[in-house]
Design a protein around this ligand. Structure first.
Ligand code: GLU
Length: 418
């Protein structure tokens, strides 16, 4: 399908092809799983504050629903397109299967620069987008969540729009909501906490102590900021963080709590905090560090810069941050890669907890959430490591193959309809 043919989609398919080939996946299934199950493209007309109507384009792609409702975030970003959303939906399918969650994969998005809209405009955009994708979503069908450019407030508007349409409150239609309307404790920080749990396991594998570890984080949004803060709480030294404008570097370690307070609460730019030397995102990736966490957008580590990376562990907080060419280079260099569908699965794991709590109308303590998250993600890490060792494949291939295998089994057991 030509609309899908973008670089991100090509990366997702190339990873899939490589895994499918290695595991000798059934030919018919291969053709099916390369493509989304359903894709919806919608026009989202929005009344802007100045009275004009601007029409945005929105998407919701369900890659697979053989194992349960499809699940995945909604992204607001100017570069969002059908191919990117379809790639992210495919990664969600493997991610949920790898973690053992009873979900398929989906993703949504709107091509928009959310920071350029007022809060009122964003609310109207979100509600109209939710109304347009209404036929596809629902607690038993497809459950959205936050992603780049969206947050708990976005989810609250979607939950309300959906609930208004059906006439009663349906908290289980989205996850990542505010706690006041059925959100889960610990969901906000869950992706970052998950990145930390698997990073601690990787450090153990390499016989490295967290106290001696240095960490560089690309991206200071939800995933990057919580990863940096929790790594520091675990005793690691966070030496650099960045956002779209660039980053700050301090070899003695940044006080992440103080930095977050200035950046998020007081709205200071990273540069204005003067807490470290200014550096570009490209320079950050090439810092000498124990752990590098790309937690921004896809395809940051490529054939061009992979050889210059100087980390021991690459913990992929973002989805699709590394190209296949870069994978080969990093493998030769002996970098321990914790692939995205494993490293950043803490978000969707706690989304699952949130959905279960909503359906049961019974809520868990934060300690329960943390313990169960750690149990699920740590066991996924060890299963993946063992698979990689036994089958002599990379951590990325091991994660993909395990996920794909679970989805393939579901398809083969359910059979082909009609
Ligand atoms: N957007 C997150 C991801 O890429 C979370 C998805 C979810 O919780 O459904 O994994």
């Amino acid at each position: 399908m030509k609309e899908l043919d973008t670089h991100t989609y090509r990366l997702a398919v190339a990873q899939f092809d490589q895994a499918a080939e290695t595991m000798q996946l059934d030919r018919n299934l291969r053709e099916r799983l390369k493509l989304p199950q359903r894709s919806l493209v919608v026009s989202v007309p929005v009344r802007m504050d100045d009275g004009r109507v601007e029409v945005f384009t929105g998407y919701r792609v369900q890659h697979d629903s053989s194992r349960g409702p499809s699940k995945g975030g909604i992204r607001y970003h100017p570069d969002v397109n059908l191919g990117e959303v379809a790639a992210l939906a495919m990664w969600m399918t493997w991610k949920c299967a790898l973690a053992g969650l009873p979900y398929g994969g989906a993703k949504g998005g709107v091509t928009v620069a959310p920071k350029q809209l007022s809060r009122a405009e964003l609310q109207r955009l979100t509600r109209r987008y939710a109304a347009e994708i209404f036929p596809l979503i629902g607690p038993d069908q497809d459950v959205p969540a936050p992603d780049v450019g969206t947050d708990a407030q976005t989810m609250a508007w979607i939950m309300d729009t959906y609930s208004q349409q059906v006439g009663y409150a349906v908290p289980g239609v989205v996850t990542g909501k505010p706690v006041s309307i059925g959100g889960s404790l610990g969901r906000e920080e869950a992706t970052g906490r998950g990145v930390v749990y698997v990073t601690l396991e990787a450090l153990r594998q390499l016989n490295l102590s967290v106290q001696d570890a240095t960490v560089a984080v690309q991206g200071f949004g939800n995933v990057g900021s919580h990863t940096a803060l929790i790594m520091q709480q675990q005793g690691a030294r966070v030496i650099a963080v960045s956002d779209v404008t660039g980053g700050i570097y301090n070899p003695r370690g940044l006080d992440v709590r103080d930095l977050l307070d200035r950046y998020k609460t007081r709205g200071q730019s990273l540069r204005d905090t003067k807490m470290g030397d200014w550096l570009s995102n490209e320079e950050l990736l090439q810092l000498d560090c124990t752990v590098l966490v790309p937690a921004a957008l896809s395809e940051q580590i490529t054939g061009k810069n992979a050889a210059s990376l100087r980390c021991r562990i690459l913990a992929e907080g973002a989805n699709g941050p590394t190209t296949l060419e870069a994978d080969r280079i990093l493998e030769d260099k002996g970098v321990f890669i914790i692939p995205d569908i494993l490293a950043n699965s803490g978000g969707v794991i706690v989304s699952y907890f949130e959905w279960v709590q909503d359906l049961q109308r019974f809520f868990w303590s934060e300690t329960d959430i943390r313990n169960r998250l750690q149990e699920i993600i740590t066991s996924a890490f060890h299963r993946t490591k063992q698979f990689a060792t036994e089958r002599c494949v990379s951590m990325r291939m091991a994660a993909l193959m395990s996920g794909i295998d679970k989805v393939a089994q579901a398809h083969l057991q359910r059979g082909l309809y009609p």
